[in-house]
Design a protein around this ligand. Structure first.
Ligand SMILES: Nc1nc2c(ncn2[C@@H]2O[C@H](COP(=O)(O)OP(=O)(O)OP(=O)(O)O)[C@@H](O)[C@H]2O)c(=O)[nH]1
Ligand SMILES: [Mg+2]
Length: 221
């Protein structure tokens, strides 16, 4: 089997997330980021889209990242290691949501600055997963996020979330809408995933995609 054989990658992805995962660091300011280390992947998206829930589903933990019905739950950049701290091959970064009006202007402005600075200038950051609520599709703040990532030449991939709450007829429409919006965007990964943190649908594909990215970047894991 070759290193990039899908069956092999799926198994490697599964094993990667079956091992230890733990929280290591929270950053509220850009000068408070952890020292550069291994490959990072980040989860961005509008408030309440399911970033923290997806991180829990990915790692098979119930409450590694804090989730909530109330938008604005995640207020810092939270870093998690996948593997043994200090030797981990991968870090996951849970980000605050954007596009949420019920938080003070000062807070929004400070989170936005932090997120932009992190997304533009973090060399270990290999890919940003931009989550979009599958029930609602793309909204203007998502397009602004794509603009930022394209202008920073930061590789990103869209994940539609909450598939369990979408009608079957909606699924294909949403996928097509997102594919079309990404078609001429230079930093966008062409494959769009559709997940449910509730049922686990699409989580195996996400693990496999992360394993593929790690192999492509020459990470040993
Ligand atoms: N049905 C369903 N609900 C989900 C899914 N993923 C997340 N949710 C719910 O959506 C709400 C928000 O989830 P979070 O994971 O906290 O969302 P977030 O994007 O981290 O939100 P912020 O940190 O506020 O930006 C919670 O009530 C979750 O239970 C899913 O796949 N299916
Ligand atoms: Mg969150």
């Amino acid at each position: 089997m070759s290193e990039t054989d899908p069956a092999d990658l799926s198994e490697r992805g599964r094993k990667l997330f079956a091992g230890n995962c733990e929280f290591i660091w929270a950053a509220a300011k850009i000068d408070g980021l952890p020292p550069m280390g291994p490959l990072e992947i980040a989860f961005a998206g509008r408030s309440n889209v399911g970033k923290s829930s997806l991180l829990n589903a990915l790692t098979g933990r119930k409450a590694l990242a804090r989730t909530s019905n109330t938008p604005g739950r995640t207020q810092q950049l939270n870093f998690f290691v996948v593997g043994t701290p200090g030797e981990e091959p991968l870090r996951l970064v849970d980000m605050p949501g954007y596009g949420f009006a019920a938080v003070s202007k000062e807070k929004i402005s400070s989170w936005t600055k932090l997120m932009h600075a992190y997304l533009r200038g973090r060399s270990p950051l290999a890919r940003v997963f931009v989550l979009v609520d599958g029930r609602h599709g793309l909204k203007p703040p998502d397009l602004e996020m794509f603009d930022l990532l394209d202008s920073s030449a930061m590789s990103y991939q869209v994940i539609l979330t909450k598939k369990d709450e979408c009608k079957k007829s909606e699924v294909e429409t949403r996928l097509e809408g997102v594919r079309e919006a990404l078609a001429r965007r230079p930093a966008a990964h062409p494959e769009v995933l559709f997940t449910s943190s509730e049922t686990g649908e699409g989580i195996g594909e996400l693990r496999e995609g992360i394993a593929r990215l790690m192999v492509e970047r020459g990470v040993i894991f």
